[in-house]
Design a protein around this ligand. Structure first.
Ligand code: ACO
Length: 427
């Protein structure tokens, strides 16, 4: 039997088809609504709106489930590499040995950054936020790597360049900010090892690969690799729908991710925990402030649009945080504050009633701090991790023959038309 909902308006009826996803989630297809009724829908923040059909990532916010291409994120975090997970997201299946070798060679071959880009980095004011720099630099990549004639080659190479070079560019900006010589990528190191080496190797102190740090980074990036239609991914899809080049679309995603309500929350969590520590460790004040509707303060790293239970990524991150700090023999007082804060907040009726639990950002900053990443680069780390997801989502949208430019409507609430008044006649 055809699955439809019937909408009655002004004595008329319209039958709207119901679309059912592979995991049973349902949507009302309203694509004929305006042409048949004159109505549009209004859904600020898109909390009830599906923007696309997608076969990449599945989330169940009530049960705390997250799968990439059908594979539970827990299994990927346990067994996969970041490179393999990136391949899975972009190409839809895990690579076989040959495919993985070819992918690795491509990433290695494209890992250098055009030396002229160094001048850009050096001329940003010293206090610039790395996310602003990264967004600008990724947009600038189109000028350094002009479009190729072959569409297939252009797409493959652009995706590869982004995955390979953004990691190099992030380490490069760190070195420049410290006034140090750049360290180039090495073909004998893995994706994660290479990044840590480019960050921390110096001519006077060789970087010794630390297995626990490499593993933590691997898990961190896998957990961030995709999260369906979040704010930055939707930005990539929306900007991409105007058929801009992939660099420009990713640059828009990076700009969206910068926001403290999104990826910028990992930096905001550490700033919040540091402030609590400086004020004598009184985290209860932060909880009270977060509950006060007259105070704009929010408990950073808590709450999620989709998860109404514990974020499955936060569970893995918290466990890894404990393991990492133990193996590096680090005693971070911020971790103790975070745990106490979580224990009290998750029992508080306000947080329980609002379904507010730690999200991925609550513990990720402590992990990054332990690895030695400076706080203002936390969101850049998120961006490197999210790149495969952005690319996969962009590719899926471009492969859709029915893709239309994204152009929402509005309900106008401004002045009704009136005539222009010349300046001399205005009161
Ligand atoms: N602290 C206190 N109250 C909160 C919090 C919080 N962290 N998050 C949500 N609420 C409350 C709101 O005040 C609101 O209360 P009300 O219904 O009584 O008015 C209710 O919960 C719903 O909040 P919304 O803002 O409508 O929820 P939304 O789904 O739009 O926002 C968001 C989700 C942005 C993540 C929000 O929970 C938040 O601001 N969290 C803190 C920032 C953060 O950690 N962001 C990272 C998210 S994960 C990621 O992007 C990687």
């Amino acid at each position: 039997m055809e699955d439809v909902v019937t909408l009655t308006y002004n004595g008329n009826e319209i039958r709207l088809p119901v679309i059912t996803g592979s995991e049973g989630e349902k949507a009302i297809d309203i694509s004929r609504l305006r042409s048949e009724t004159g109505f549009i829908t209004l859904d600020p923040g898109y909390a009830n709106t599906g923007s696309c059909l997608s076969g990449i990532t599945f989330m169940d916010g009530e049960k705390g489930v997250l799968r990439y291409r059908g594979i539970p994120v827990e299994q990927l975090a346990e067994q996969s590499t970041f490179k393999e997970t990136a391949y899975l997201l972009i190409h839809g299946k895990l690579p076989n040995r040959d495919q993985l070798t070819r992918f690795s060679i491509l990433l290695n071959d494209n890992s250098l950054v055009h030396t002229d880009m160094k001048a850009f980095y050096q001329n940003f004011p010293r206090a610039s936020h790395p996310m602003g720099i990264l967004s600008s630099m990724v947009n600038a990549m189109r000028s350094f790597y002009p479009e190729l004639d072959s569409q297939e080659e252009e797409i493959t190479l652009t995706m590869t360049r982004l995955l390979a070079k953004v990691r190099t560019m992030a380490a490069m900006s760190y070195k420049i900010s410290r006034g140090h010589e750049l360290v180039l990528p090495r073909p004998d190191l893995t994706y994660c090892e290479n990044f840590l080496n480019m960050m921390f190797e110096t001519p006077v102190k060789p970087y010794e690969i630390n297995r626990a740090a490499v593993n933590a980074l691997r898990v961190f990036w896998i957990l961030h690799a995709d999260h369906e239609q979040n704010c930055s991914t939707s930005s990539v899809r929306m900007v991409g729908s105007a058929r801009v080049n992939l660099y420009a679309a990713i640059s828009a995603g990076i700009a969206a991710l910068w926001g403290p309500l999104h990826g910028g929350a990992n930096q905001a969590v550490i700033e919040m925990l540091t402030q609590i520590q400086e004020e004598g460790g009184n985290f209860k004040k932060a909880i009270e402030r977060a509950k006060d509707k007259k105070d704009p303060f929010r408990l950073m790293g808590f709450g999620h649009r989709v998860y109404k239970t514990y974020d499955p990524r936060a569970k893995i991150m918290k466990k890894m945080c404990d393991e990492l700090l133990e193996s590096l023999n680090i005693n971070d007082p911020l971790l103790d504050i975070a745990k106490e804060l979580e224990a009290v907040a998750t029992k508080d009726p306000y947080f329980v009633d609002h379904n507010l639990y730690p999200n991925i950002d609550f513990y990720s900053g402590i992990v990054l701090r332990a690895i030695g990443i400076p706080t203002n680069m936390f969101t850049v780390m998120f961006a490197i991790g999210r790149l495969p997801g952005w690319i996969a989502q962009w590719k899926e949208s471009m492969d859709d023959p029915k893709l239309k430019i994204c152009r929402p409507r509005q309900i106008y609430t401004g002045n009704q038309g009136f005539d222009f008044i010349p300046s001399h006649a205005r009161s």
